[in-house]
Design a protein around this ligand. Structure first.
Ligand SMILES: [Zn+2]
Length: 148
C-alpha cells in the first residue's frame, strides 16, 4: 500500500518524508557500505529520488568515484546512498525511518562481503534495553527517565 512515510537522523536536524509503494527492502554487505556505516550490513530501502521531500537538508560526501552518501554532520547518522549518475533512484537507510517495522528484506546485495555468522542470529540470548539495570540507572540519573 502506498504511504507517505517520515524519517530522519538521530538528532532531528535532517528530516524527510517519502512515498513508499511497497515493503521491499534489502541488506547490502559490500565492504564500502560496511565501512561507511560501521555495520556488518546495512538495510536499505530503494526509493525514487523525486519521491523524497527534505525538511532539513542532508549533508553529502563523495564515498566513491561513482557514488555519494548522505548523512547528518551534527549527529553522524548514516541516511543513504546514491549513484552520482544514471539512476533516478536512491537508497534510504531502513533504520532512519521513524517506523522501520513495515519493511521486509527481499535479498542480499554485495554477497561477497557477507559475514555468515551474523546473518542468522535468531538463537542467541536476547536482552531488552529496559531490562538492563545499569543502562536504565544511567538514564534516570542523567535525565530523570528512561527513553525506552
Ligand atoms: Zn542529526
Amino acid at each position: 500500500m502506498a504511504e507517505e512515510m517520515p524519517g530522519g537522523c538521530a538528532c532531528g536536524r535532517v528530516r524527510y518524508s517519502v512515498n513508499i509503494a511497497d515493503d521491499d527492502a534489502y541488506l547490502c554487505h559490500c565492504r564500502m557500505c560496511q565501512r561507511a556505516t560501521g555495520s556488518i550490513a546495512i538495510a536499505f530501502k530503494n526509493v525514487k529520488q523525486r519521491d523524497v521531500k527534505w525538511q532539513g537538508e542532508p549533508d553529502w560526501y563523495d564515498s566513491a568515484p561513482i557514488a555519494a552518501r548522505l548523512y547528518c554532520r551534527e549527529c553522524g547518522s548514516s541516511l543513504g546512498f546514491q549513484f552520482k549518475q544514471g539512476s533516478e533512484n536512491m537508497d534510504l537507510t531502513v533504520a532512519s525511518f521513524d517506523d522501520p517495522s513495515r519493511f521486509r528484506p527481499t535479498h542480499h546485495f554485495g554477497a561477497e562481503g557477507i559475514h555468515r555468522d551474523w546473518v542468522n542470529t535468531e538463537g542467541l540470548p536476547q536482552t531488552r534495553t529496559d531490562e538492563h539495570k545499569p543502562l536504565v540507572e544511567k538514564w534516570i540519573a542523567a535525565t530523570g527517565k528512561f527513553p525506552g
